[in-house]
Design a binder for this molecule. Structure first.
Ligand code: ADP
Ligand code: ADP
Length: 229
C-alpha cells in the first residue's frame, strides 16, 4: 500500500494552466476521486502521477520516495482507460499475460508462474472460462474487466482509473462500480479515479477532490461534501 503526496504540482501547456498548484495527500489503500467538468485537469493530474507527464513545478511522492522525475515503468502504477485499449488480435489470456511476459526475466517468472497469476487475476474480475475469447467477442463490461485484470496482474502500487465506466450503459455502470470498489478494498490498493459524473464519484469514493480550471477547489468525503446538514 502506498501513500501519495502532491506538493504544489503545476503543469501548463502554452498558456493553458492544466494543473494549478495542487497539494494533496492520498492515504494508503484509499480510493480517491478527481471530479470535475471536462478540461478541468483531471487526466493531466492522473498522467503526472503515472509519470506520462512531468510537472513544471512541484513534487510528487510515493510514500517517502520522491518520484517526480522517475520513469513511468519504474513507478509500478497501472492505468485503466475509458476505451480499455485491449489488443484486438490477442485473446483475453494473452492480453492479461502480456505485461508479465515482457517483464518475465526482470521479475524472474516462469510460464507456470505467469499462468497462475493470469488465472488469479481473471478469477478476481469474474472472467474465469473466457481465457480464449478475443476482445470483440466480449461485451463492453467484460472488456472492461479484462482491462482491470491486466492492470491488477502486475500487482501495482497504485491503480489509476480514467473514466473507466463512461462507455458502459447505465445498468452495467452501477454493477461495475460496485465491483471495482469491492476489488479495490479486497486488495487494499491505493486507487485514483477520474470522472465527471457526480453520482459515480459519490458512490465509489472514500474521498473526492473537486477540480475546477486546473485547481483543486474542495476535498472531502462524500458525506462531508454533499450531505452536510
Ligand atoms: P480533463 O481530464 O479534466 O478533461 P485534461 O487534464 O485532459 O482535463 O485537460 C486540462 C486542460 O489542459 C485542457 O484545457 C486541455 O485542453 C489541456 N491539455 C491537456 N493535455 C494537453 C496537451 N498534451 N497539450 C495541450 N493542452 C493539453
Ligand atoms: P480523455 O478523453 O481520456 O480525457 P483527452 O482527450 O483529454 O483524453 O486526451 C487524450 C490525449 O491528448 C492525452 O494524451 C492528452 O494529454 C492529449 N491532449 C488533450 N488535450 C489536448 C490539447 N488541447 N492539445 C494537445 N493534446 C491534448
Amino acid at each position: 500500500m502506498t501513500r501519495i503526496r502532491l506538493e504544489g504540482v503545476t503543469k501548463t501547456y502554452g498558456n493553458v494552466i492544466a494543473v494549478n498548484n495542487i497539494t494533496l495527500d492520498i492515504e494508503k489503500g484509499e480510493l480517491f476521486t478527481f471530479l470535475g467538468p471536462s478540461g478541468c485537469g483531471k487526466t493531466t493530474t492522473l498522467r503526472i502521477i503515472a509519470g506520462f507527464e512531468i510537472p513544471d513545478s512541484g513534487k510528487l511522492y510515493f510514500d517517502d520516495e520522491d518520484v517526480t522525475f522517475l520513469k513511468p515503468y519504474k513507478r509500478n502504477t497501472a492505468m485503466v482507460f475509458q476505451n480499455y485499449a485491449l489488443w484486438p488480435h490477442m485473446t483475453v489470456y494473452e492480453n492479461v499475460a502480456y505485461g508479465l511476459k515482457i517483464r518475465k526475466k526482470q521479475l524472474g517468472l516462469t510460464d507456470e508462474d505467469i499462468k497462475k497469476k493470469v488465472l488469479e487475476a481473471l478469477e478476481l474480475v469474474k472472467l474465469s472460462g473466457l481465457e480464449d475469447r478475443y476482445p470483440l467477442q466480449l461485451s463492453g463490461g467484460q472488456q472492461q474487466r479484462v482491462a482491470l485484470a491486466r492492470a491488477l496482474v502486475v500487482k501495482p502500487r497504485v491503480l489509476l482509473l480514467d473514466e473507466p465506466l463512461s462507455n458502459l450503459d447505465a445498468k452495467l455502470r452501477v454493477e461495475m462500480r460496485e465491483e471495482i470498489k469491492k476489488i479495490q478494498k479486497k486488495l487494499g490498493i491505493t486507487t485514483i479515479y477520474v470522472t465527471h459524473d457526480q453520482l459515480e464519484a459519490l458512490s465509489i469514493s472514500d474521498r473526492i477532490g473537486i477540480m475546477n480550471k486546473g485547481s483543486l477547489v474542495q476535498v472531502g468525503t462524500p458525506q462531508e461534501l454533499y450531505f452536510k446538514p
